[in-house]
Design a protein around this ligand. Structure first.
Ligand SMILES: Nc1ncnc2c1ncn2[C@@H]1O[C@H](COP(=O)(O)OP(=O)(O)OP(=O)(O)O)[C@@H](O)[C@H]1O
Length: 230
């Protein structure tokens, strides 16, 4: 079980009271499984990703990532777990303007203490795995299309060989064809690398490509039949 959430409740301050963004959420994602989370704006999807990514600590409930109960870790160990076992693709691409695609990944490897030779080899291997050829690997973000930039983001999230991949709205800025390609890519990476992948999306067009669909409504998560949403 790469992600296990049990009875997770998260609240935010809301005037004199508190807003319940996650309400007793149970969620399991196994290695090799591609799970989508859909739901209206404000329903709690980003909060779910933030708790699964150990960026926020829930008020109640337990989160286990790659077999490690997160609540038992001190801050330093939680940071290490996030760095080494969790890949996060944020909605806002935060690629560095001055670096080529390969250098973005090499930097991510450097920050994790990977040896120099391994960094370059792994950058090439991952960028090829997301469908970028050598010429594209040498381009800077402004020389790449939106879809290509998203591929770099995904490849960079895999530098640490994570067990859990969290992806926030990966198709938000893409046209129909590129959206389908990115979702298909995430599915292939999930299967080939045994990742537990959670994709938050507003886009109901490509749900046939995922293994399971969950719907978030007012902080409550429930699994839904794919055919009823796709
Ligand atoms: N830092 C915060 N402080 C207070 N309330 C917050 C905070 N972050 C989110 N909320 C509230 O918590 C609820 C869930 O928000 P969340 O961002 O998780 O929803 P979402 O489904 O991801 O929405 P969207 O699709 O618009 O990103 C919303 O009512 C939101 O206004």
């Amino acid at each position: 079980m790469s992600l296990l959430m049990r009875g997770v409740t998260l609240t935010y301050p809301d005037g004199a009271s508190r807003l319940r963004a996650l309400d007793a959420v149970d969620f399991t994602v196994n290695g090799g499984e591609f799970s989508a989370v859909v739901g209206r704006s404000g329903s709690g999807k980003s909060s779910l990703l933030a708790v699964a990514g150990t960026l926020l600590t829930p008020d109640e409930g337990g989160v286990t990532v790659a077999g490690t109960p997160v609540h038992e870790l001190d801050d330093a160990c939680r940071t290490r777990l996030r760095r080494d076992r969790i890949g996060i693709v944020f909605q806002q691409s935060n690629l560095i303007a001055a670096l080529t695609a390969a250098e973005q990944l090499e930097l991510a490897g450097h920050l994790r203490g990977h040896p120099r030779r391994d960094r370059a080899r792994r950058a090439r291997e991952l960028l090829a795995a997301v469908g970028l050829d050598e010429a594209q690997q040498s381009r800077r973000p402004h020389q790449l299309s939106g879809g290509e930039r998203q591929r770099v983001n995904i490849a960079r999230a895999l530098v640490a060989e994570p067990a859990l991949l969290l992806v926030d709205e990966p198709t938000a800025a893409l046209d129909e064809e590129r959206s389908a390609q990115i979702v298909a890519l995430l599915g292939a990476l999930t299967r080939d690398r045994g990742l537990a992948t959670v994709m938050v999306t507003h886009d109901l067009a490509h749900l046939a490509a995922v293994d399971r669909v969950h719907r978030m409504a007012d902080g409550r998560l429930s699994e839904v039949e794919q055919s009823t949403v796709a």
